[in-house]
Each structure stands twice: as structure tokens, then as C-alpha cells.
Write a protein that binds this ligand. Sequence first.
Ligand SMILES: Nc1nc2c(ncn2[C@@H]2O[C@H](COP(=O)(O)OP(=O)(O)OP(=O)(O)O)[C@@H](O)[C@H]2O)c(=O)[nH]1
Length: 348
Amino acid sequence: MAETSSPVALYDEAASLQALQRYGILDTPMEPAYDDLAGIAAHVCEAPVALISLLDSHRQWFKASVGLPLRETPLDQSVCRYAVRQPGVFIVPDLAKDARFAHFSIVTQENPLRFYAGAPLVTPDGYALGTLCVLDHRPRHLSQKAQDMLCALARQVIRLLELKRANDRQGQMLVELEEARRQMAVLAHTDVLTGLANRRSFTARLLQEQALLRRDGEPACLLMMDIDHFKRVNDVHGHHVGDQALQLFATLCRDVFRAADMVSRWGGEEFLALLPATRVEQAQAVAQRVHDALTTHPVPGVTPPLALTVSMGLSNFDPLRPLDITLRALDSALYAAKREGRNRTVVV
Ligand SMILES: Nc1nc2c(ncn2[C@@H]2O[C@H](COP(=O)(O)OP(=O)(O)OP(=O)(O)O)[C@@H](O)[C@H]2O)c(=O)[nH]1
């Protein structure tokens, strides 16, 4: 048995296992980069077998295996387990003559392995994860030069593992970044209180819809809705109840409108809905359903029960008319509804 210089390895079963798990390498497929290093180790050490062996909790698992058709063996059959417990290359000139290993199946099998040399795989923070080892069918030794090369190759294995970890981290960061970007896009398009589309995103949608309508000529309607005496709700019951009332209104809209319709929070207590493929008479029926839903769904947690009412302006969506003119007409219809006593819909 002999040693050469190599990084000082710390083998602490639990900590080393934890360090190994951080690389996420166990049970990954064979990869040419690791196979190459094992192949070079076999060549440099003139050995028929070379392994990149990682010490798991109950087994040694081979990331690369040259000349041995195995991916893992039980831990109690592992020579590498001894190799990681000491600094430098661990060499067993004849496994059959070493009481610790003579009974191992690699030694007792047909065409047994007799020689072992393993360089520990030491992480930058000093944990030994396993070994890069070579084995031979005959008892022998390993030159100092070859031992140095084995250590150098072991360091390259660690570099590959570090690279993998950096790539994995980068991949994870990209996933997180994409998720944050998606959430920001949603937030940019959504009214936080009600979860409805905000005015900005809805304006874009209206312009889009206008272009579509110009092409296919389908009827569509716009419905401007404004909760009546909402200032009073705030003043009498507090801002918190006012917010709840807005949320209730949004929830009822989600129930009343069809999935193809789109409702937005246009301003404070003002909501604008687009009803594609809908004629004015059909939209009037939808508006009535909103009025009805409000009478049967008072604002939660308020006594005596507080039922909201809403005034609405309704018009067909003429794609040939500039959007601001359409919106102004809707506004006028809405204020006509207010003037006429609220809780009603006025059609332009
Ligand atoms: N709680 C709450 N109140 C809001 C919000 N946005 C706007 N408001 C309030 O909505 C009220 C709107 O009041 P007005 O524009 O006077 O209209 P109104 O009281 O609904 O009266 P009419 O529209 O004429 O029926 C104001 O008191 C705003 O402060 C909000 O996000 N939360």
C-alpha cells in the first residue's frame, strides 16, 4: 500500500453524502465526458478497469465504468470506501492478500480483480465523494507518475461535477426568472383588487378586437358599468367594505358573463365589458342578469344587508368608429342612466 500527494480529503459519512447530493449526479445517465476521464485513467495506469465511483448511503454508484459491466455495488463490497478515508492515492497491490477485501465478490469471482488504486474525488470544500479508481486482474503496483496523473484526472472529475452544478443552478435561475417575468406580465395586465383586466390591457384588447371585427364583421357590444352611490358605501361602511363590494361585483361578473366575454376594471368603481359575437338585445339580457345578481348577493359581512346597484351604458361595438368616440358615447349613456334614477341600463 502506498500514498502520493493529493488534496486532503475529508470523509465524514453524513456530510460527504450531503455534499454528493448537492451535485444531483446519482442515477444520471452515463456521459461521454466522464467516460473519457475513466478511459484516460485506464490508459495512463495500463489497467483494464477504471471507475468513477460515488459513495451513496447504501451503495457505491458508478458514474463511469470502463471494463466492468456494473453501475453499482453494495457499500460493504466497496474498496473505495477505504480509499476516501485517507489522503492520497489508496493502493492495494493484491486484494486477495488483504483480509479487508479478500472476500469481496470482485476478488472471489471468476477472472478476479486483484489490484486496486483509487484517487479520492475531493470537492472544493474538502469533502471526499468517492474515487476515480483503476483495477487490474493481476497483483501489481502503480508508478508515482501514474499516481499523479490519477489524482489530476480525479480533479477533472470534480471540475465536471462543479460545472454540472453551475449549469443546474443557472437552469434553475432561468426557470425562476421566467416565472417572475410571467407573474410580472400578469400583474401588469391585472387589477390587483379584483383580479380583472386593468384599463391598460383592456384598451389593447379593444383595439385588437376592433381590427378583428373590421375583418369578419361579427356584431359585438360594449357595456360600461358604474356602481351607484359608491362613495356612500365607503363613507358609511368604510373603505374596507368598499373594497369588498368591488370584489363582489367582479365575482358576480365572472358568473354572469360568458367565458368569451371580457370584463375589466376601467376605473375606481367603473367596469367595462366587451361581449364578442353578441347583439344589443342579447347584451341587454346580460346587463339585466347583472342587475338581478346584485339584488340577490348583498355585500358580505354588512348588516343590515347592503345590496349594490349599478348603472350601465350599452352600445354595439362599431369597428369603424374611433374607439374614443365609442367610449364617449358609452359614458354619455351611463350618465343618462344615472340621471334617470340609477340601477338601470341605457342603450346608445
Ligand atoms: N373602497 C374603494 N373605493 C374606491 C376605489 N376606487 C374608487 N373608489 C371610490 O369610489 C367612489 C366613487 O364616487 P363617485 O364618483 O362620487 O360616485 P358614486 O358615489 O358611485 O356616485 P354615482 O356614480 O353618481 O352613483 C369614490 O369615493 C372613490 O374614493 C377602491 O379601489 N376602493
